[in-house]
Design a protein around this ligand. Structure first.
Ligand SMILES: [Fe+2]
Length: 180
């Protein structure tokens, strides 16, 4: 399962702290063990259920968000690092884990991903934090999982959480136009 996760997520290697790298990997392993979805499903299911026939897959979207977040964090550090300290490992780990809870939010019915009963009760920011805390992921990263989506609008986001939130939304909101 570890190899499967590292194949899905080459970006895990970007995390410089070996402890955090291990915790992020463990969280994805645990999610896949508990999920009705397989790693291969993640390469095929749409990244959102909110856009009918969404043409971009879960993994394409999630990896894109990690790349955007990393590059945004590096640019902000380059130009504004004196004013805004940014922990790059926290950004990368948070972006990789932001949607890990979707593995417990979705199920497959007739070959199509849909929201499960559990998913209706506990959207992925909640299940994601649950999974990550079980694997020892630090609070600063769990905060990003908790605050990356609309629920986080009620939370005072850290700089790292703002970066992941906006990376996620800039790679999501344009798709809403496709559904119109
Ligand atoms: Fe999300």
């Amino acid at each position: 399962m570890r190899d499967t996760v590292l194949e899905l997520w080459p970006e895990i290697a970007w995390i410089s702290n070996p402890g955090l790298r291990g915790q992020v990997t463990e969280t994805w392993i645990r999610a896949l063990q508990l999920s009705p979805l397989t790693a291969d499903d993640l390469r095929h299911i749409p990244f959102t259920l909110l856009v009918p026939d969404c043409p971009t897959t879960f993994m394409e979207h999630k990896r894109c968000v990690v790349h955007i977040a990393r590059q945004a964090a590096e640019s902000m550090r380059e130009f504004m690092g004196n004013a805004l300290p940014i922990n790059l490992d926290t950004v990368i780990a948070g972006a990789i884990l932001a949607d890990v809870g979707k593995l417990l939010e979705y199920e497959k019915v007739d070959g199509k991903a849909c929201q499960s009963k559990r998913g209706e009760l506990l959207r992925h920011p909640f299940t994601g934090v649950g999974l990550a805390m079980q694997c020892g992921v630090p609070d600063s990263v769990c905060h990003i999982i908790a605050a990356h989506a609309a629920e986080g609008d009620l939370v005072k986001r850290t700089t790292e959480a703002y970066i992941v939130h906006h990376a996620d939304f800039m790679a999501f909101l344009p798709f809403k136009n496709l559904g119109k």
